[in-house]
Design a protein around this ligand. Structure first.
Ligand SMILES: C[S@@+](CC[C@H](N)C(=O)[O-])C[C@H]1O[C@@H](n2cnc3c(N)ncnc32)[C@H](O)[C@@H]1O
Length: 202
């Protein structure tokens, strides 16, 4: 797997590997990553997060809402140095971890950490990304105000994606959003990730 990961991530591999080491050490010590997750960081977290890369336009501003330990925002920033990423996280311990991690990785010029709830943050972004944040109906209420005109919301989801879209029909219509359920991969050998893409309905 390690040689495949080097092939997938090329020159970015060493820095992503450094982030994985931080998650497996400080992330576990601080209780942000379960001890059993430490063995599955590449499969379940890094490849899953970077699967969004192909859905984000060049030079976009990106908000990662409910970033937790930095997922998916930090892996995206590492594979896409053209992006300007803001990690939004309300909890003190998590936002402190994010600030220290961004500094340790030397990516402070393109990744900002904001300690806030989404609903108290008032800026707009070309792409608003979220993983394991909330059911789609609540996620729309938090993320849509942060979406710039013409921007997208990309929610990494599991098998429930289509059912969540059905359950959120009312909110989608009220917000003027269309939804697509997509299956995307960081690389042809990686597990597909399910993404709900929301954008202005035409
Ligand atoms: C289950 S964790 C997921 C963390 C990360 N995205 C991941 O995939 O590992 C959900 C995160 O959302 C944050 N959160 C909860 N309510 C929020 C809100 N209103 N605005 C922004 N973040 C919120 C929590 O503090 C938590 O870190």
């Amino acid at each position: 797997m390690s040689s495949q990961l080097r092939e997938i991530y090329g020159v970015e591999f060493p820095l992503i590997n450094r982030y994985v080491d931080i998650l497996a050490s400080t992330g576990v010590e601080w209780g942000l990553i379960g001890p059993r997750e430490a063995e599955r960081l590449w499969d379940r977290h890094i490849l899953n997060s970077t699967a969004l890369s192909g859905l984000i336009a060049t030079n976009s501003t990106v908000a990662d809402v409910g970033s937790g330990a930095g997922l998916p925002g930090i892996p995206l920033a590492l594979v896409r140095p053209d992006l300007r990423v803001t990690l939004i996280e309300p909890l003190l311990r998590r936002s402190t971890f994010l600030t220290e991690t961004v500094e340790a990785l030397g990516i402070g010029d393109r990744v900002k950490v904001i300690r806030s709830r989404a609903e108290d943050h008032h800026q707009s972004y070309d792409a608003v990304v979220a993983r394991a944040l909330a059911p789609l109906d609540r996620l729309i209420g938090w993320c849509n105000p942060l979406r710039a005109d013409g921007g997208v919301i990309l929610a990494l989801k599991g098998k429930s994606a289509s059912a969540e879209v059905e359950a959120a029909r009312g909110q989608l219509q009220a917000a003027g959003l269309g939804a697509e359920v997509l299956s995307v991969q960081a690389h042809p050998v990686a597990e597909p990730a399910t993404v709900i893409r929301l954008s202005a309905s035409t």
